[in-house]
Design a protein around this ligand. Sequence first.
Ligand code: ATP
Ligand code: MG
Length: 361
Amino acid sequence: MSEPIIALDNITVSFKQKKRTITAVNNVSVHIERGDVYGIVGYSGAGKSTLVRVINLLQEPTSGSVVVNGTTFFKHDANTNDKIRIKNNDLRLRRQKIGMIFQHFNLLNERTVTENVAFALEHSKLSSKEKAQKVADLLALVDLSDRADNYPSQLSGGQKQRVAIARALANDPEILISDEATSALDPKTTNQILALLKSLNQKLGLTVVLITHEMQAVKEIANKVAVMQDGEIIERGSLLEIFAQPKEQLTREFIETATNIDKAIETVGHQPIVHNLAENAVFVRLSYVGKTTDQPLITRLFRDFNVTANILYGNIEVLQGTPVGSLLVILQGTPQAITNAIAALNDNEVDVEKIKGGQSL
Ligand SMILES: Nc1ncnc2c1ncn2[C@@H]1O[C@H](COP(=O)(O)OP(=O)(O)OP(=O)(O)O)[C@@H](O)[C@H]1O
Ligand SMILES: [Mg+2]
């Protein structure tokens, strides 16, 4: 495999307070490949922002090593106390190649859209004519050319975030860190911004680090996911691995919220047919990934096992080209027939989770 564009190894970040030490990030290693859209998901306080601020040394770690694009920014071995840190001048240049966007946009309210973006080029060696062209190109890239002379107060949240993205791209970064950039936006605008980030990833080969507390955002554009809790990465993998086979309870929670299955289970659970579940019935959730969906499994359950399947809810996502499905189903038949049917489903790589009934199985 090629060298990761971002390599964080054994990163620990502790904050010393008067009485106690808070360990915001605890011995985390994460390698991000060039061209990844790498989602980092976790609840508030998990340590996400602290971890990504380490990438450009806005936050110096207590220990661990930070290597970006092959350059060691920082390395501190807690055992030997050896420490290496990039020189400030060098860091300043390298930071220009790492763009950042945030929840609250951080625009200058007294300056126009054009001036906000041009501000990022203040130290650039371009001529003023080149700068003006660059700003115009950036505004076109984020589809905001018609707002060039507006002030931030004249823009919607989504438009403000587009300005922030244009500004973050001014120095042609290779990495864009998005820290909850869509958290203040409505769902439709969120999707537009996510689509923009994905197109920048594809068009410019930009590596995107996407921090969020919403798996929904990750699901839209990430190819890899890490789940953070209490300063640690508790689970990681490709988007498909994480959605198809989440191992940790917290990961499941995030996914269930993103796929709406949690709401579906609750809503469907209140329907009389589930509420007053027949004695020979069991309410289950079927989950499957990929080609399993080509097979007429539900039909087979009746034909081969004499088990009826009443589908109450279905959700199929296509993640990186692979279908991932969840069905809420009432299976009905004799206990033996249902047991056989579930075994057949499992044989076909359909995961069956009992939600209600079926005590005799
Ligand atoms: N400068 C600081 N001094 C002391 N504690 C800090 C500092 N920065 C962060 N922390 C603590 O570190 C922990 C992780 O914070 P962090 O901001 O990284 O979490 P987060 O996952 O980004 O949360 P959110 O989703 O709310 O942004 C929290 O307990 C926070 O209070
Ligand atoms: Mg944060």
